[in-house]
Ligand binder design. Structure first.
Ligand code: MTE
Ligand code: MO
Length: 492
């Protein structure tokens, strides 16, 4: 297309979301998508790419790589990127410990760039039962360590292993010696929905909205198999905790560390994973090895795993001792914190939240808008009906407790409707490590101009979520699981 004008990336950037003419690039082409947005089957998701490249988004949705789509796109072409402009390069600055962090997907919602912390965009969360690796939320405390799969070793040592019997396993040995298993399991940060708790009263920490949670298939070997192979007796009463350490270190050389109870470590679901969703684990998520501890808070699922140590005490790591412990609401700001007065968080309580619609969305009373895509079962559910608002989100509980129901309310919790649920067909109610996705079509109350939408879930133990943060507020804003509210405006 020699007849079309040539643009620099800076020029394309000016045509971002909300500008008069919105552009995207694909490979070297520049396209004006302004008039196409309405007819895009994925709705306004395409606007996430406005002002930049659509390529990383298309990589997530295989349906784009068809001749039809290419033809539609060519019809929108307004120009080409300047071939003489060098591709944007990431200049490594030796004085910046984060300069070797990996590239990330532009759709991630960044909470903090260094160390990198980002949540999954809620508008894309309902597209897959297993969160794509590129969109999986990231919670790093330190720079991403440079690891080499050939040189990486997992050291296993401590009580019950016996002196001289410690091992340093390479990734290849680990794969060769032990049987492969997989588990589909959630990782949820203990600080998920902290921003929501802050609305109740000030808390300290990264202001996660509700999307520091993701779900993936993890493949690897059972920690149990390794320990038994090393002669560890599952009934050894001296062993109480299993320490886990990562290859990421703080400026004093201390690695990230955590521990889990010995009994949990010996459970079949706990895996030393080398794959995430059938690919090598990406750099941000622990390449080449990561401990997956289903049902437990994210902080214990140590990435870039280098060490497993059996012990009579919990890990001395800062992250085990002075973080990820939830205080009583009576403990106030300015008080000296007695970290030993509360146990470390292990099993997660029950949680649920809406992903769609976003708070502040305007819904037409007479013309319901369908939610784009969605996982298998939920996508088949016949939506939408006029006079209803379509909602969707996730529910999950720790300890393997399955979700038995998800209820949604149109009016702040006065009236409730049951939502449709999608669960992992291979997991049962007592070993449900994966999340539950839900979807419901809620009737819009007569005369309502706004709706206070609420969701709450119930698990296998009939645990349910507290109505407000009043009784669970804690100074560090951990484990916020009060009813999630979303306010929408009704037009017409
Ligand atoms: N492991 C190491 N080595 N370093 C870390 O900073 N963060 C933990 C955990 N494992 C962390 C780690 C925390 S607090 C969470 S919530 C999860 O990893 C996040 O996992 P993700 O980044 O794969 O989503
Ligand atoms: Mo976390």
């Amino acid at each position: 297309r020699v007849d079309l004008p040539v643009y620099k990336r800076e020029e394309v950037k000016k045509h971002g979301k909300g500008s008069e003419r919105m552009w995207v690039t694909y490979k070297m082409g520049v396209y004006d998508i302004t008039d196409f947005v309405e007819s895009h089957p994925g709705g306004d998701k395409i606007l996430m790419a406005a002002g930049g490249a659509v390529d990383p988004f298309w990589a997530l949705y295989a349906q784009h790589k068809t001749i039809d789509v290419m033809e539609v796109l060519e019809g929108l072409r307004v120009g080409s990127l300047d071939p003489t402009e060098p591709a944007p390069v990431h200049t490594a600055d030796a004085s910046d410990p984060f300069s070797t962090d990996p590239p990330r997907h532009p759709a991630l919602i960044v909470n903090n760039p260094k160390p990198f912390n980002a949540e999954t965009p809620p508008s894309l969360m309902m597209d897959n039962f297993r969160t794509p690796n590129d969109l999986f939320f990231v919670r790093n405390h330190l720079p991403v360590p440079k690891t080499d799969v050939e040189k990486h070793r997992l050291r296993v040592e401590g009580l019950g292993v016996g002196e001289g019997k410690e091992v340093d396993l390479s990734v290849a040995e680990l794969k060769k010696k032990y049987k492969e298993h997989y588990v589909t399991s959630v990782v949820q940060c203990g600080g998920n929905r902290r921003a929501d708790m802050q609305k109740f009263k000030k808390v300290a920490g990264l202001m996660w909205e509700g999307y520091a949670i993701s779900n993936a298939k993890w493949t690897g070997v059972r920690l149990r198999d390794i320990l038994i192979d090393l002669g560890v007796d599952p009934a050894d009463e001296r062993i109480k905790h299993v320490h886990l350490e990562g290859a990421d270190v703080d400026p004093t050389g201390k690695p990230y560390g955590a521990s889990i109870p010995f009994e949990k470590a010996m459970s079949p679901e706990v895996i030393i994973a080398y794959q995430m969703n059938d690919e090598d684990i990406p750099a941000d998520h622990g390449y080449p090895l990561r401990c997956i501890v289903p049902g437990v808070v994210g902080a214990r699922q140590v990435k870039w795993l280098t060490l497993v140590r059996l012990s009579d005490v919990e890990s001395p790591s800062h992250f085990q001792q002075k973080d990820y412990r939830a205080f009583s609401p009576s403990v106030q700001h300015g008080e000296e914190l007695d970290w030993n007065s509360v146990p470390s968080i292990q099993d997660y309580p029950i949680q649920s939240a809406f992903c769609l619609p976003a708070s502040g969305t305007t819904v037409d009373r007479d013309s319901a808008t369908s939610l784009p895509f969605g996982p298998v079962v939920l996508a088949e559910y016949s939506f939408p009906k006029d006079g209803t608002v379509d909602v969707a989100g996730y529910a999950w509980s720790g300890g393997g407790r399955g979700i038995i129901r998800v209820e949604v309310s149109p009016d702040g919790g006065e009236t409730w409707y049951s939502a449709e649920m999608e669960q992992d067909p291979d997991q049962n109610q007592d070993k449900m490590w994966a999340w539950t996705l839900f979807r419901a079509s809620i009737p819009i109350p007569e005369g309502a101009q706004t709706m206070d939408l609420v969701v709450k879930a119930t698990d296998r133990s009939y645990n349910t979520q507290p109505e407000t943060a009043a009784g669970i507020w804690n100074i560090r804003g951990l484990l916020h699981n009060a009813w999630h509210h979303v306010e929408v405006k009704i037009r017409g």
